[in-house]
Design a protein around this ligand. Structure first.
Ligand code: NOJ
Length: 553
């Protein structure tokens, strides 16, 4: 390869970063209990730094009864003992910075754990504590019916009735997720103050920002009206009184003031499932949040036209408020994309639960899915803005669909009445090296098994196996991450290049990305090839399900 063009960028780090999502319980186990932890993550920092990512986002690491894998927080100012200690966390933050990376934590403000001191006090009858949650009397002659018709995202009613100190049935409390995750009442000033203080607690320890869990859920419509036929499903493509209410914006204006009071200012990325990109852009106004996950690419089928529409819409919406776009293919809540792309592709954007419903119905062609996943990686890393990588996608890990029911841990499985297998399949511990499970996820001699079983077939996908192979997916990601910083101009919008309907081709600055989602090879212009997800044909054509980066004419 000769002298690729270089980019001149004036952007802030968080506008063009590649952020690697560390799902801590499945990343690396340092103490041999089968659960990932801080010691394990610290040991693997050299791997992450050498991969070429700019920042880590670490999923919740706080004390938790694990009703929802840590998204049920019992104490926002400490570390779950199974993961480590606060002192270890402080050392880890320093080490991440010393390795040249930033660190984002995950804050969970919509709900606490039912074991949180506040909720325990509320259950014990403390009126001040009760007012911080959403308790309501039930409907019906004896209050035996829930206060409204809302459903939990995980299935079943969003309300649970408590028992009074006298042992009689009492009021109901709202939980949009599991019963172990009571929703907070954000119209209460103490809730607002508490979370601003939690932000400061971690900012004071040097973290660079937060990913905000369920950022669209904090305010509920006045009077908690019935939702009618509208489902409280995870995508929220319809307006719903539980989601995306105007009140959330005032909360984030307060958070922004806290973040801006630090030098350098700290940043936020919102997990906000809202009905449109116009609604999403409201979270990104200059006095609110910095970025928000744009999930449509993750929902798009493997089809050039769908992906192009999604990209155009996302870029235009972010641009309308001067924000950077974000690109996500996988995370800990959705079917891994190597498996999503391994089945027949729907005509519309999918919901992950829809995808999970096809398990056992249509077997995946994982060779095809992996081929497409590699191409999709080159697409997303060529787009303007922030790229999020979910741990293991750089190893081409696929969804583990045959986890025995008895080992499933995601509350979705039980709350859906055993109809939705849930999200465990994308959360299986990483394979690092060796020929058989636990693939060095736990230290040698560990007595405990990984918290979810790893497939024996992952022997060929371990980090160690892929390091040696220049054609591996890990090698592809390493090359793409190295070249991305050198080649692609930060926020320049894609300029589309006319091509076949099943081809996505665009120029940004001095580089082009071409992706062929169709079955027929595509002749390419004769140009310097910078990187390709598969070898081109002998005549230099782009094969099916392949992407390439070329120097522009
Ligand atoms: C979104 C998180 O990503 C998911 O894992 C969690 O179950 C819900 N929010 C509830 O906190």
């Amino acid at each position: 390869m000769s002298d690729p063009p270089t980019q001149q960028s004036q952007t802030a780090w968080w506008e063009t970063a590649v952020v690697y999502q560390v799902y801590i319980r499945s990343f690396a186990d340092g103490d041999g209990d089968g659960l990932g932890d801080l010691v394990g993550l610290r040991k693997r920092l050299p791997y992450l730094a050498s991969l070429g990512v700019d920042a880590l986002w670490i999923n919740p690491w706080y004390p938790s009864p694990m009703a929802d894998a840590g998204y049920d927080v019992a104490d926002y100012r400490d570390i779950e003992p199974a993961f480590g200690t606060l002192a270890q966390a402080e050392e880890l933050i320093d080490d991440i910075h010393a390795s040249g990376m930033k660190v984002l934590l995950d804050i969970v403000p919509n709900h606490t754990s039912s074991q949180h001191l506040w909720f325990q006090a509320a259950l014990a009858g403390d009126e001040t504590a009760r007012a911080r949650y959403i308790f309501r009397p039930g409907q019906g002659s004896d209050g035996e019916l829930p206060p409204n018709d809302w459903h939990s995202v995980f299935g079943g009613p969003a309300w649970t009735r408590v028992t009074t100190a006298e042992g009689t049935p009492g009021d109901w409390y709202l939980h949009l997720f599991a019963p172990g995750q009571p929703d907070l009442d954000w119209s209460h000033r103490e809730v607002v103050d508490e979370f601003e203080d939690v932000l400061r607690f971690w900012f004071d320890r040097g973290i660079d920002g937060f990913r905000i869990d369920v950022a669209h859920g904090l305010s509920k419509a006045d009077g908690l009206p019935d939702a009618g036929l509208r489902e409280v499903g995870s995508l929220h493509t319809e307006p719903h009184p539980a989601w995306d209410q105007e009140g959330v914006h005032e909360i984030y204006r307060g958070w922004r003031r806290v973040a801006d009071s630090y030098d350098p200012p700290r940043i936020f990325v919102a997990e906000a499932w809202v009905p449109s990109n116009e609604r999403l852009a409201k979270y990104l106004r200059s006095d609110e949040l910095h970025t928000a996950f744009q999930f449509d690419l993750l929902r798009a089928p493997w089809r050039a036209s769908s992906m192009r529409d999604v990209i155009d819409d996302a870029v235009a919406a972010a641009d309308s408020v001067g924000a950077a776009s974000t690109w996500v293919l996988s995370n800990h809540d959705v079917v891994r994309h190597a498996t999503r792309y391994a089945r027949s592709q729907p005509p519309h954007l999918v919901e992950s639960a829809w995808d999970r419903s096809r398990w056992g119905v249509e077997s995946p062609d994982l060779e095809l899915g992996t081929r497409r996943a590699r191409a999709a990686a080159l697409l997303t890393l060529a787009l303007p803005g922030v790229g999020y990588l979910y741990q293991g996608e750089e190893l081409a890990l696929y969804e583990v669909e045959d986890i025995p029911s008895a080992l499933r841990q995601d509350p979705t499985w039980v709350q859906s009445g055993y109809t939705d297998p849930g999200r465990d399949g994308c959360r299986v511990p990483l394979p690092w090296s060796g020929e058989e499970p636990p693939f060095d996820f736990s230290p040698s001699g560990a007595s405990a098994q990984p918290w979810l079983p790893q497939p024996a077939e992952w022997a060929s996908l371990t980090q160690q196996a892929q390091e040696k192979d220049p054609t591996s997916t890990l090698s592809l990601y390493r090359s793409a991450l190295r070249l991305r910083g050198e080649l692609w101009e930060g926020l320049t919008a894609p300029q589309w290049i006319e091509s076949r309907d099943d081809v996505l081709a665009f120029r940004r600055g001095a580089v082009e990305c071409w992706m062929n989602t169709g079955p027929d090879e595509l002749p390419l212009p004769t140009r310097q090839v910078l990187l390709a997800s598969q070898p081109l044909t002998d005549s230099g054509a782009l094969p099916a399900d392949t992407a390439v980066w070329l120097v522009s004419a």
